[in-house]
Ligand binder design. Sequence first.
Ligand code: FE
Length: 226
Amino acid sequence: MIKQKFLLASLAMLLTLTACGQPQQIAPTVAAPTATVFGVPTLAAQPPIAQQTQSPTQALAASPESVCMAPAQLTPAMTEGPYYKSNTPQRASLLEANMKGIKLVVSGYVLTTDCRPVARAWLDFWQADASGQYDNAGYTLRGHQFTDEAGRYQLTTVIPGLYPGRTEHIHFKVQAPNGPVITAQLFFPDVPQNKSDGIFDAKLLLNMKDASDGKTAAFNFVVNTK
Ligand code: FE
């Protein structure tokens, strides 16, 4: 009889312990961010989901930039063309005094294919001026920059002019730290020459808006990180 009571008491204690232990084991799994949560550097550095006032994915959706839907398509690569120069100055604005043309501010993110922002990604831009001329002697309208810790970049420049055989475009190179370089060109919507340009790719169209002093445009680059 005593032995029976002891067995029952032991069983009850075991059940209690199991019941108490379970939620502690499940809770961290539920609270852990998934692989597709935007901007999660490490599990330890990320506050619990419940404490976030706005998820990083919502932050991206609420921004003027387009929404990233995983798996995002890699930014397509295309010809570099004949006018690239390395060792460009580091600057986010290519504007200079007395520069002709319509001011353009392009901004967005460099993202991975699973929509994570890429901090310290390298971006190098070069383009023709408003009359369609490249500066091949110096570095006018050429410059590189790096994304910030949230994977954002912003380029201030002018809308490039047309030159024979091509539609309007801004050349770029983009690279995640230790990732492969993608070389391609950004294009402008509603330019009649887009239809006849053999290099034009609609996946690289800027999303343009009017601004008080020119135009703004959004574009998100998607890169491989290794
Ligand atoms: Fe060009």
